[in-house]
Design a protein around this ligand. Sequence first.
Ligand code: SF4
Length: 292
Amino acid sequence: MLELPVVSKEEKRRPSKPSWLKIDLPTGSNYTNVKKIVKENRLHTICEDGRCPNMGECWGAGTATFMILGNVCTRSCSFCAVATGRPGTYDTDEPYRVAEAVRLMGVKHCVITSVNRDELPDKGSTVWAATIREVKKQNPETTIETLIPDFKAQWDLLYMLLDERPDVVSHNMETVERLYRVVRPQAKYQRSLEQILRTKEYGLRTKSGAMMGCGETPEEVSKLMDDLRTHGCDVLTLGQYLQPTKMHLPVAEYVHPEQFKKWENEGLEKGFLFVESGPMVRSSYHAEKHVR
Ligand code: SF4
């Protein structure tokens, strides 16, 4: 007799993946070219390390999001696929290789992010500033979006980065306030909001994003939007949380695309300049649309 796999009670309760979460497999010459550029320049991307489902689409369109300061993060957010641990020393040559990769890819808009480097006295802000500077130098026509960590409220470090004037400064809230202890245990909701406000007050375009399906209620999402607007956030992205491995936070709900559409309309009514909201949306997804 055929033996069926044992399914735990908890697994039975978990929602099954709906049909609208279709993932394109990465193929094509653009994809191969991006892969080659990333490999030859010894760079990391959040696309790969974060197991992003949009790699087929983004890399197929010739774009990727670089992740600087290594690929080991000092924080242990329960949703994130990036490795956690003690990162080694960082590579002072990386800014030049990122700039070179942007030049080779020939993109009009580039997105750069990083791991958290809480163990460093400058939290990585010196490398951040050097990277922005070098990308600008080698690619004067390319706009730059930086998806940055918090600097543990060391605002002088934030300003060191902002002084390089990237075109968009993104800092993701990731979830609603109530779920911070579960989803981002080493982060603080109010601290992230303050960082966005300070960035706005510095005269830069601000952006933030959150994952839906972690157990938040629609009212909490509305409150998150209100908080972001009162802290000067211009652009919002909302996407479906996907559990990267069984060791990560389980998905509480697969949110229907109609609900994402409702949030998009709600966000626009609340005054965001752009809202990108849909199951497959990630903070760097279609980022070039939100620059101007
Ligand atoms: S959405 Fe962002 S992280 Fe995902 S593949 Fe596209 S560029 Fe990479």
